[in-house]
Design a protein around this ligand. Structure first.
Ligand SMILES: Cc1cc2nc3c(=O)[nH]c(=O)nc-3n(C[C@H](O)[C@H](O)[C@H](O)COP(=O)(O)OP(=O)(O)OC[C@H]3O[C@@H](n4cnc5c(N)ncnc54)[C@H](O)[C@@H]3O)c2cc1C
Length: 382
């Protein structure tokens, strides 16, 4: 990044120091224990990273997409699982900042400004992942609010969040038309979580099924009007894909490259052309990805592009970054050889993370569909 604002620069430096001093050394243990990364949580809470996207007026840092991207990327170079503590959290805070009424922001941010409260994002259902608009979780009107029943799957943070931005059906449709967005309190009666999924990678990130059995949500915890949940998702939350998943992928790719470079120096392999070329290809891929990511973050931050353009660019960034992380992690075996066959090898761990990023936050196939759909619309104007 050539031109960072003083605020963006400050956030990057602060997170770099935190990662160097408190995360890098424990990153492998975080992956090995398959548990909630308590030490990373404490490190981030001490720096109030859970309130980064909150408006300054309410006690946060009002971080823009570029600043959030720098935070997520930097953490992911060492521990992508730890990045999943602050990524959904800030996605939810940003959504509240944009869609919340003054009363909602005052009330919720008064509690959340402590900067130590993780937040969950709940969209995916057992039978509705890519086709999220078909969701079946119901929110039925009741005295003073709604009663939510249904279940969500693959919920990052599981039971460890304070509130959950949850999408549920308040009307019959058509499809996305009948969906509303709610903030569900962790303490609400009828809310429960399954045990953490045993995943291929991202072992230090908790992912659980969420069960809602007549969970009462007061009306003042609905974001925007009834039936406008899909707009909350598509118009407001969607850019999280560039500063969230794409930045996680970029950091993951950079982490693999750093690991391989260190190994090549230690083993005096840099003079071998086969190894040097693999490293050069990794470096080119990472820098191309970084250029696209930062450009798209800037596009999100300057609010001057059309919704279609932002949607397309965000999808391109997510898909390209996840594929880049996969490509770089694949190339790592050229450098590391048998070291990479060990389950706890750092690059092997990141290889499994890269595959996960291709799947979550809208699979790469779905991102390609979005880009192709917008391209077809553009073609009509040529
Ligand atoms: C580690 C991890 C963390 C996650 N965290 C969260 C979270 O916090 N909150 C949350 O709500 N969700 C979360 N998810 C869920 C994630 O967003 C979904 O897994 C993802 O959207 C894909 O949905 P699915 O797995 O149901 O795949 P499906 O929709 O069942 O798709 C199966 C395959 O078919 C492809 N496919 C589907 N439709 C099409 C189409 N029209 N054209 C071409 N290909 C298609 C998909 O790309 C995929 O490869 C997480 C997932 C993972 C792995």
């Amino acid at each position: 990044m050539l031109f960072l604002t003083p605020e963006q620069h400050e956030i990057r430096q602060r997170v770099e120091a935190l990662v160097r001093e408190r995360i890098a050394l424990i990153a492998r243990d975080i992956e090995a224990t398959h548990a909630f990364p308590q030490q990373a949580y404490e490190a981030f809470a001490s720096e109030k990273l859970f309130a980064l996207a909150m408006p300054r007026e309410y006690g946060g840092s009002e971080a823009d997409a570029t600043s959030l991207a720098l935070m997520v990327e930097t953490i992911s170079t060492a521990s992508p699982s730890s990045a999943l503590l602050v990524f959904p959290t800030n996605a939810v805070l940003r959504t509240i900042a944009i869609t919340g009424t003054r009363e909602q922001k005052k009330r919720l941010f008064a509690e959340l400004k402590s900067g130590d409260k993780p937040m969950g994002f709940c969209l995916t259902e057992p039978d509705y992942g890519s086709d999220a608009a078909g969701m079946q979780t119901k929110a039925e009107p009741t005295e003073g609010g709604y009663s939510l029943s249904g279940s969500k799957v693959y919920i990052t943070l599981g039971q460890h969040a304070r509130y959950y931005l949850t999408f549920a059906r308040t009307g019959p449709g058509p499809q996305a038309g009948g969906i509303s967005a709610f903030l569900v309190d962790r303490e609400a009666e009828g809310l429960d979580f399954g045990p953490p999924e045993k995943k291929m990678g991202l072992h230090g990130s908790i992912t659980s099924q969420m069960y809602m059995n007549k969970v009462f949500v007061p009306e003042n915890m609905r974001l925007w009007a009834e039936g406008e949940g899909w707009r909350v998702l598509a118009d407001v939350a969607n850019p999280m894909r560039v500063w969230g998943a794409a930045s996680m992928a970029l950091g993951t790719a950079q982490g693999v490259l750093n690991d391989c470079l260190k190994f090549a120096v230690e083993r005096r392999l840099l003079a071998e052309q086969g190894i040097a070329f693999a490293l050069a290809d990794m470096e080119m891929a990472v820098e191309a990805c970084r250029s696209l990511n930062y450009r798209v973050c800037r596009l999100v931050d300057d609010h001057r592009s059309s919704a279609r353009q932002v949607e397309s660019m965000v999808s391109m960034a997510k898909c390209f970054a996840a594929d880049t992380a996969m490509k770089v992690a694949d190339l790592a075996s050229t450098v590391l050889g048998s070291e990479m066959a060990k389950a706890d090898n750092a690059s092997a761990q990141l290889f499994r993370v890269a595959k996960g990023i291709q799947i979550f936050d809208g699979s790469n196939q779905i991102q390609r569909l979005i880009v192709a759909r917008n391209l077809a619309a553009k073609a009509r104007d040529i």
